[in-house]
Ligand binder design. Structure first.
Ligand SMILES: O=C(O)c1ccc(O)c(O)c1
Ligand SMILES: [Mg+2]
Length: 626
């Protein structure tokens, strides 16, 4: 698989772009003229610099408004083409993209276009160059790859091929299976992009909202299956026009791009195993079974706070680690570790975030396979050499520098608790908390696509539709991802005064802001926790009047919910109950949930009430806001 990415997809000056693209493992770049015009060097220097980074220039683009012009514009278009050919020779690339014309004076006509391309093909071939024709979704006469192919077919010149772009095909709703009829050796180049399903003007959508395959809502996998079925063996190139990526860190955007291509092609081969592909083998995606443990990094003088919170949740201190300053807290099927280590990773996690969820342990079908898949998809492996006699648990880096560990039931990893916490007591029933329901991770808005791609590609996650949560001080976007027994909500905001925004700045970056624990009987759990002094978040009375009317709830039930500060939601499948702790000074909080029936959401309609209550609770009572 030869991978490529358009230089417009990545931010930075030309050198930064190249370093990021080469570092992420790409083989080549599509070059946009504007991208090096500001670079202080000749086209020859540019070409040399690209090759010095181990990259090839797979495509030069775009050449616009070429075909079906009347005289004398036609002659001028050929003169322009000759100048671009000169430039391509200097850069050292042999393929130019011609996108379908939007010129107001263009005449259109398949045969007229084919005549123009035959002449252009002759001129290109004389210099050892090739031409590719792409249908822009908003082209004046040609806006469908089937018409562009008909032009190329009638041109019938070996130096003229078709360029496919998943955005233009899928964005217009054209059936990608129509590509299967095109001979693969007539496809000169393939560009890939996804996009969110937001109805808007095609050109504006294309130039601002494209994203990496798998990050949006287009069926890029089906498009790519059709392309591979033609026998096409050329580069796969990302062409992503996205305002956020242009402002993002070049290295991260390039890494996500490479991950998205590997993930896309892995899906293609699994969905259509007969297709020839030279992607190295790696393990298939596998859903997570359960969250086996959560670990807090804290410090010797700071642990009491988190331990008091755990005690108020009815967790019991079940034991201590064999050698490390780590205590194990248990209840139901939940294991929580509190680490006060003063060196290595724990120390760094605490130093950069304060008390924080530094590790998440996931039980998966095969831990080593999970690690191998993660590495194939570009995850950063985490190796902290365990002391003699302790287990090396396969691990990767997750959100905000945290660590995700993979456990399974086989061999040593299946005996991790007995090995590392030999005297630990088994879990008790406590207040009826049975499992980790989900983790809420807070991040900057522009990290959300990236982490959603991380969870979907590496951990076989499925995304729910993005929801907007109204904090009184700004909007927070929430993207839920679920892989088997792992549920994560990614909450992104750029609004600093939102609860999420404050947490983000107070904890110096992305981290778990809340953990949600599941019970099978929320009223009983609420009662048990009240007796233990759990710092419940008080919900205002208006909420209950509204929810009773909205769902037609029985007033006796509403009264019990009101008394226990429990929020309610329902979807077509089932019901949902939730209550919260007040937020700690750093913004961290705990949620208790009960799912009934097949409810699959997270109570998003309740979030504004929860946030308002948390903000009220943060304000000192003696100092009412002016
Ligand atoms: O937006 C454009 O003009 C444009 C140019 C070249 C492309 O390959 C493309 O897909 C879009
Ligand atoms: Mg394109």
């Amino acid at each position: 698989m030869r991978t490529s990415i358009a230089t417009v997809s990545v931010s930075g000056d030309f050198r930064e772009k190249l370093e990021a693209i080469a570092g992420a493992g790409f083989d080549g770049i599509e070059i946009f003229e504007q991208d090096f015009l500001t670079f202080d060097g000749s086209p020859r220097d540019v070409g040399r610099m690209v090759r010095d980074h181990g990259l090839e220039i797979t495509l030069f683009q775009p050449f616009r408004d070429f075909e079906t012009l009347p005289a004398p514009l036609r002659a001028r278009a050929f003169a322009r083409a000759e100048r671009k050919f000169d430039l391509m020779g200097e850069l050292g690339t042999d393929l130019v993209l011609v996108c379908s014309t939007v010129h107001p004076e263009s005449l259109g006509g398949i045969d007229r276009a084919a005549d123009d391309f035959r002449e252009l093909g002759e001129r290109a071939a004389a210099r050892g160059l090739r031409v590719g024709y792409e249908a822009l979704a908003w082209g004046r006469h040609v806006n469908d790859h089937r018409d562009a192919w008909e032009v190329v077919r009638r041109t019938d010149h070996p130096a003229v091929g078709l360029i496919l772009d998943s955005f233009h095909t899928l964005g217009r709703g054209i059936d990608p299976d129509t590509i299967r009829r095109i001979p693969g050796d007539r496809i000169a180049f393939v560009q890939l992009a996804d996009a969110p399903a937001i109805p808007m003007d095609l050109l504006y959508w294309s130039r601002h909202f494209r994203n990496m395959p798998g990050e949006g809502d287009l069926d890029v996998t089906r498009f790519m299956r059709a392309v591979m079925a033609t026998g096409y063996a050329g580069p796969l190139s990302l062409e992503i026009f996205n305002d956020q990526f242009r402002a993002g860190l070049p290295r991260l955007v390039a890494q996500d791009g490479h991950r998205s291509l590997v993930h896309l092609m892995d899906r293609v081969r699994r969905e259509e195993p007969g297709l020839a592909m030279d992607l190295p083998a790696f393990p298939p995606p596998a859903p997570v079974e359960t969250v086996e443990f959560l670990e807090f990094a804290t410090a010797p003088g700071e642990a009491e706070g988190i331990e008091a919170l755990l005690a108020s949740l009815s967790f019991e201190r079940a034991g201590a680690h064999l050698t490390k300053p780590v205590t194990l807290w248990r209840q139901g099927g939940i294991n929580v570790l509190v680490n006060t280590g003063v060196e290595g990773f724990t120390r760094n996690a605490f130093a950069s975030h304060g008390t924080t969820v530094s590790e998440v342990g996931l039980l998966v079908p095969d831990a080593h396979a999970a690690l191998a898949r993660a590495e194939a998809l570009g995850a950063t492996r985490f190796d902290e050499r365990p002391p003699e006699g302790q287990l090396a648990i396969p691990a990767i880096r997750g959100v905000g520098g945290s660590v995700i560990r993979f456990l399974d039931r086989a061999g040593d990893l299946g005996r991790v608790w007995e090995t590392e916490f030999p005297d630990a007591a088994p879990a008790s029933v406590g207040a009826g908390l049975v499992a980790v329901d989900h983790l809420g991770q807070t991040m900057a808005y522009d990290e959300m696509l990236s982490w959603a791609l991380f969870y979907t590609s590496i951990l076989d996650g499925r995304k729910a539709p993005m929801v907007d949560v109204a904090d009184p001080d700004g909007l927070v976007r929430s993207q839920a991802v679920q892989s088997g027994g792992l549920r994560v909500t990614l909450n992104g905001t750029d609004a600093r005064r939102t609860l999420a925004g404050r947490f983000f700045s107070d904890t110096f970056g992305s981290a778990v802001q809340h953990i949600a624990l599941a019970t099978d009987d929320i009223l009983a759990t609420a009662q048990a926790l009240a007796a233990r002094g759990f710092p419940v978040l008080e919900i205002g009375g208006n909420y209950y009047d509204d929810v009773e009317a909205r769902f037609g709830l029985d007033s006796a039930l509403t009264a019990r919910l009101r008394a226990a500060n429990i929020l309610y939601d329902a979807d077509g499948q089932g019901e949902f109950f939730q209550f919260y702790s007040a937020a700690r000074p750093d913004g961290f909080f705990v949620e208790i949930v009960e799912r009934r029936g097949g409810y699959s959401g997270y109570g998003a309609p309740n979030a504004p009430f929860r946030i308002a209550a948390q903000k009220r609770a943060l304000r000192p009572a003696s100092m009412p806001r002016a």
